[in-house]
Design a protein around this ligand. Structure first.
Ligand code: HEM
Length: 375
């Protein structure tokens, strides 16, 4: 599903791809995207307001998941690719179907290649359709770049140039694989984290109040900007605690490139090690006896004071392969949560059924339903 893009590649090819993509998500670049993140939040806020108005202002049930997916799809498409949302939306929905089809077969990443399995035929068809759509978007983007000849290059343009200039890679595969990687890594992980945040905030109205007070103090004119976003301490703590309890990415994997000793375990060359993030994040030896409870206050003095070991908290992984969208995801989540909580009050709907499920990412199996009212 992810081809040979940045997520699955190693060695020279990985280093080359990381060098192109990572700078696009450095904090100074991300700070410049706060405005477009706010713009992408507005339709969601309006949609929820209209739903409440339609009920005469009474508490209204809302399923948040699809709206969060649309929001993060919009942000990533506009921030990185300048592509039209309509095409982006089709790509995301096909990638999502691929992800759920693959995980139905019980595989983690990649799928059994036997063409006799009925689901594999579906996955291959979806794969072809996704590649075609991405390629159309690339062509459209190439034309836009020619028309505008703008000095500012976005991620799509950088990937395009790199593919054309590098003789060691097949340009079409390089572009399609990396677009799929960014769409996949950047879109659903953020949307799912936002769903878990709303579920936990719905259960903890006192944290909605803390966020509201903070937002009132920090935002001028009720809207975030690059400076005020970095001062949202309560919002950050809520996101950190949510990602401790429900990290969207469930595993960090590493292959031993040579025989390696870890403590008193000898890991033979070629063995792949999987660290299960949710287990680590709920280990009472690292987090204390309240490890299963939602307590954002544990992060008040930062991650290093919240747990016994800095490697005990890894929602974005660690080391050289640390998630390169970490800043982008955090800022996006802060904008979204701050605006929602400053406009609405909400509780968990009786329709919500708690069932975290692993489908490459850990998501709420039946979605998150809330009862929401305007403030
Ligand atoms: C809340 C949202 C997100 C979570 C929980 C998350 C989590 C992760 C995790 C656990 C890894 C593996 C790190 C490792 O192996 O040490 C990872 C890698 C990665 N993430 Fe994210 N991520 C999120 C958002 C994003 C966004 C928004 C983007 C891009 C726009 C992104 C792009 C990537 C890429 C490209 C990698 C592979 C990095 C490499 O192998 O060099 N992620 N992410």
């Amino acid at each position: 599903m992810l081809g040979n893009g940045i997520i699955r590649s190693n060695g020279q090819l990985w280093a080359h791809q990381r060098k192109i993509i990572a700078p696009e998500f450095f904090m100074d670049k991300v700070k410049g995207m706060v405005g477009l993140m706010v713009e992408s939040t507005v339709p969601l806020l309006k949609k929820w307001e209209a739903a409440i108005d339609a009920k005469g202002g009474l508490a209204t049930e809302i399923n948040v998941d699809d709206d969060f997916r649309s929001f993060s799809a919009d942000v990533i498409a506009r921030a990185c690719f300048g592509s039209s949302y309509v095409k982006g939306k089709q790509i995301f929905s096909k990638l999502r179907t691929m992800r759920t089809t693959i995980t139905k077969q019980g595989f983690l990443f990649g799928h059994n290649s036997s063409r006799f399995l009925p689901n594999n035929k579906k996955v291959s068809t979806l794969e072809r359709e996704v590649e075609l759509l991405i390629w159309e978007t690339v062509n459209q983007r190439q034309q836009e770049c020619l028309d505008k000849s703008s000095g500012q290059k976005d991620l799509m343009q950088l990937i395009l140039e790199s593919a054309v200039n590098d003789a060691s890679v097949a340009p079409q595969k390089f572009i399609v694989d990396n677009c799929k990687n960014i769409y996949f890594a950047g879109h659903e992980s953020t949307a799912i984290t936002a769903s878990w945040c709303l579920m936990l905030l719905a259960l903890h109205p006192e944290w909605q109040s803390h966020i509201r007070q903070e937002v009132a103090k920090v935002f001028t004119n009720g809207l975030p900007d690059a400076d005020s976003i970095s001062r949202l301490k309560m919002v950050t703590m809520v996101i950190q605690e949510t990602m401790r309890l429900y990290p969207a990415g469930a595993f960090v994997t590493r292959e031993a490139l040579e025989e390696t000793r870890i403590g008193n375990i000898l890991v033979p060359k070629g063995v792949c090690m999987w660290t299960v993030i949710p287990t680590l994040h709920r280990d009472p030896d690292i987090w204390g006896p309240d490890a299963n409870e939602f307590k954002p206050e544990r992060f008040i003095n930062g991650v290093s004071k919240a747990c016994k070991s800095p490697q005990g908290y890894i929602p974005f992984g660690l080391g050289t392969r640390l998630c390169l969208g970490k800043n982008f995801a955090m800022v996006q989540l802060k904008v979204l949560l701050a605006l929602i909580v400053s406009k609405f009050t909400f509780s968990l709907s009786p329709s919500y059924r708690h069932s975290p499920v692993f489908r490459m990412l850990v998501e709420p199996e039946h979605g998150v339903y809330i009862q929401i009212q305007k403030l």
